[in-house]
Design a protein around this ligand. Structure first.
Ligand SMILES: Nc1ncnc2c1ncn2[C@@H]1O[C@H](COP(=O)(O)OP(=O)(O)OP(=O)(O)O)[C@@H](O)[C@H]1O
Ligand SMILES: [Mg+2]
Length: 391
């Protein structure tokens, strides 16, 4: 994390000397973390064209591609960027405040399909914090190049890590408005409840809530901005901020959230002594629902029905939506406009759910609609076959 700052210092030097073409040569790079890469990419100047040399290390080169770092350094048109369908998301460039919700939705959709058993309060905590941090870029930043955002999902550890970087004026500069002129102090103040440089318009809860969500879920929290860094030390549960020799010309917020505490939202988002309630979230916004059922249209997820990995994503989504529904409700899977499915899809989704959660759960919580006889037959056959093998 320290060393990306040396690279930044070099880049700023070249920029100041008026260079218009800069080669970013990663051929000898052995390791690259999302936080450092977003720190770097968010600082690239729109006026300079960058050339890119890929790492010689094959594995690292593929990480550069998969995370779209290479594409963003070269600023290729968005259509050329492959959409990540794997378990983690790739770097997203948010160019205006209107795009914030699109980026947040994309990240949440990936999380819902990548990790089974994520409770709704945890999802709401992720959605809230991501929205707040990306929103800040457009509220306070004056960034010359929007916001860069990357989420990394650690399925086994059940942790999601976020990095958001911008090239705006930075927290120390914006906090001068309320008379704070010391950079480390500005960072310390910015994560306190109710501290804002924009009284009357903002509440000052975004970074406070986000840092609480990270800390209370045993995650990480770090910010680089101007000549300061703020760091949460998990070992002794303390926050410290220090001044830095090399500045970050903008704001970088790096935090991670554990997914397993159902009380996270209730305990972390407490404003003026009251738990913050969320009445309308990504799930409500995205999935058709009546009082107690969420509907998934298979035709909307065609990409999931041809491979086992796709089937697994679909199954995770079903489990998460079933958990999000009220106890008496569940999920409707609609096969409208679908004439046939593969046995492997039926096995991945229906048979594995029957095996994991029991046939009774599947019958009660997952309703199949508009499935023709062929589809019904394949589903029943796959359930029976898997249950026969395990019994
Ligand atoms: N990306 C950023 N660029 C510059 N300044 C920032 C940025 N993010 C936060 N800040 C500064 O930190 C302060 C605290 O941020 P925080 O999100 O906690 O509160 P807020 O945005 O002012 O209010 P709220 O989030 O409740 O609407 C902001 O008022 C602003 O001065
Ligand atoms: Mg805010």
């Amino acid at each position: 994390m320290k060393s990306y700052k040396f690279l930044l210092a070099g880049l700023h030097g070249l920029e100041r000397s008026g260079k218009k073409d800069i080669i970013l040569d990663f051929s000898n790079t052995k390791k690259a973390m999302p936080s450092a890469m977003i720190g770097l990419i968010s600082q690239l100047s729109p006026e300079i064209s960058y050339l890119f040399v890929a790492p010689e290390d094959k594995k690292l080169a593929s990480i550069f591609k998969k995370n779209c770092w290479e594409f963003h350094i070269l600023r290729q048109p968005f259509d050329d960027i492959p959409k990540s369908v794997s378990g983690s998301t790739s770097l997203i460039h948010v160019m205006s405040s209107k795009q914030v919700h699109l980026a947040v939705d994309q990240v949440l959709r990936t999380i819902l399909t990548a990790v089974p058993g994520v409770g709704r309060p945890q999802l709401q905590a992720l959605e809230w914090s991501l929205n707040e941090v990306v929103d800040n870029v457009f509220n306070h930043g004056g960034s010359r190049n929007g916001a860069y955002l990357e989420a990394t999902i650690f399925k086994k550890k059940r942790v999601v890590e976020f990095v958001v970087g911008d090239s705006g004026k930075g927290i120390p500069e914006s906090m001068k408005r309320i008379g704070i002129h010391n950079a480390p102090e500005a960072l310390s103040q910015s994560i306190k409840e109710g501290v804002t440089s924009n009284k009357g318009y903002n509440k000052g809860n975004g970074l406070f809530g986000t840092s609480q969500i990270a800390m209370k879920s045993k995650g990480h929290f770090l910010m680089d901005s101007g000549y300061a860094r703020l760091f949460y030390n998990r070992m002794n549960n303390s926050v410290s901020s220090s001044s830095e020799k090399i500045p970050f010309s903008g704001t970088l917020v790096h935090w991670s959230v554990g997914l397993d505490d159902p009380d996270l939202l209730k305990n972390a988002l407490v404003f003026e002594g009251k738990s913050h309630e969320i009445y309308f979230d990504f799930i409500d916004k995205t999935f058709d629902h009546d009082e107690d059922h969420y509907t998934i249209f298979v035709r909307d997820r065609i990409g999931d029905i041809s491979t086992r990995a796709g089937g697994e994503r679909f199954r995770n989504l079903v489990e998460n939506l079933a958990a999000a529904a009220d106890d008496g409700g569940g999920v409707i899977i609609s096969f409208a406009d679908i004439s046939v499915i593969s046995s492997s899809f039926a096995d991945e989704v229906f048979a594995k759910l029957a095996e994991k959660r029991g046939e009774e759960w599947l019958r009660r919580r997952v309703l199949v609609q508009r499935a023709n006889d062929v589809i019904q037959g394949i589903i029943s056959r796959e359930i029976a076959s898997r249950l026969r093998q395990t019994n």
